[in-house]
Design a protein around this ligand. Sequence first.
Ligand code: NAP
Ligand code: MG
Length: 491
Amino acid sequence: MRSELYIDGKWTAAANGGTFDVVNPATEEVIHKIAAATAQDVDVAVKAARRAFDEDGWPKLSGAQRAKYLRAIADGIRARQAEIARLEVIDNGKPFPEADWDIADAAGCFDFYAGLAEQLDSNPEEPIALPDARFTSKAVKEPIGVAGAIIPWNYPLLMAAWTVAPALAAGCTVVLKPAEVTSLTALELAAVADEAGLPPGVLNIVTGSGSIAGQAIIDHKGVDKLAFTGSGPVGSKIMAAAARDIKRVSLELGGKSPFVVFDDADIDEAVEWIMFGIFWNQGQVCSATSRVLVQKGIYGRLLTRLVDETKKIKIGDGLEDGVLLGPLVSRRQHEQVVAAIEAATAAGATLACGGKRPEGFETGYYLEPTVLTEVPLESDAWREEIFGPVVCIRPFSTEEEAIALANDSRFGLAAAVMSKDDVRAERVASAFRAGIVWINCSQPTFTEAPWGGYKESGIGRELGRWGLENYLETKQITRLASGEKWGWYIK
Ligand code: NAP
Ligand code: MG
């Protein structure tokens, strides 16, 4: 396990020698200590990233040259996939098969953006037709500069990959701050990048708190672009900080995503996807479909089946075989989710199952998977993100009612619909006010497809070619043809 900051190609302690504890959420044990970056450390990291961008030539490399580094990072991650996945489990709590999948996805993300980096070489210029024959014009794409990336704890290495891979592919250099509660695998990414020979300063990892290290990144004049994934309130702060010196900003925030199930749906299939949509990663998923709307004809049968299956979920340490629900990430998260469930029942919701610490789990941040019914539409449980294994389910009668309920939210990250009637499913999909829509499933995520939210769920899109564009500026180059005279002042 690494414990130091990775700045300018070197491992270093924090300037003041400060550290923070790494806690395994399954055991509540302190398993490690990691350097807590100060504003001074962030300043050194940003200056290294600036030099790598402005002087050392990272943006001047061809896309194909940068792609070689990205592929080497992908290979380096895969070469140690099981080891990195294990670190993710003891840091985040998720079941090992999920962590293993995340790490494979993270490697795949570096490969994908290697491909897009190469395409930047073959298609760098776009000619622009002008209405004045004396001029020709073209648009070119160039990297924005130094990117400051701040990420959450729910998919630690994968969220790092989603920001670092497109940024490096575009030709930006990066200062990344992982979430304090899950910093182990970001440091492994630094180790892998170092082994891949990435030039010093191109990728810097500063572990530490949001209020110190994170704040220092968002306030730094040397940062050109902020990429943030996390909560709405911190997203607002980041946008306000960016406004001070007009930094580019992309935000991937939370949601309260609906899942509409019509009564022609297969109940088994619906229950499977409802469960995957809210219990995967202990429900700590920004796109979790946490509000389930079921048409009246099957509501009773579906709810009974959902509760039966939910009670069968195997809870335990993510390193144990067959576990499908690990502990929540931290004591704070556990307390917040328990408080949200208590507030829901106080507001009139009914606990169909779950809602408490599972029997036999006195230590570890464990919580039973929870199904809430009769959740009042104006309650926080229906409106606010809980970010835990807690689903609210309610019946509806008509398609219009389902769409209105689904869209009645300040968020718009994801939405899902299930029906055997393809025309209806497409109609509902197009009526959803959300950036990610699933038909007959919930959550499958592909590196190739755009990811991001409407409304208060964020600004900009990650993944796919959209993710690359997050890190590119557009420049027009307009030329006056030789021999042409302007003749405004001098005739
Ligand atoms: P968070 O509290 O917003 O933290 C996210 C990151 O921001 C952490 O690294 C945090 O540092 C840092 N941070 C906190 N205050 C900061 C400040 N003043 N300046 C700069 N950075 C600061 O969110 P979280 O609790 O970790 O993650 C859960 C939230 O993320 C949920 O709301 C979820 O919906 C959202 N999320 C969204 C997506 C998406 O794709 N849209 C994906 C995953 C998660 P610390 O290390 O101190 O916490
Ligand atoms: Mg941890």
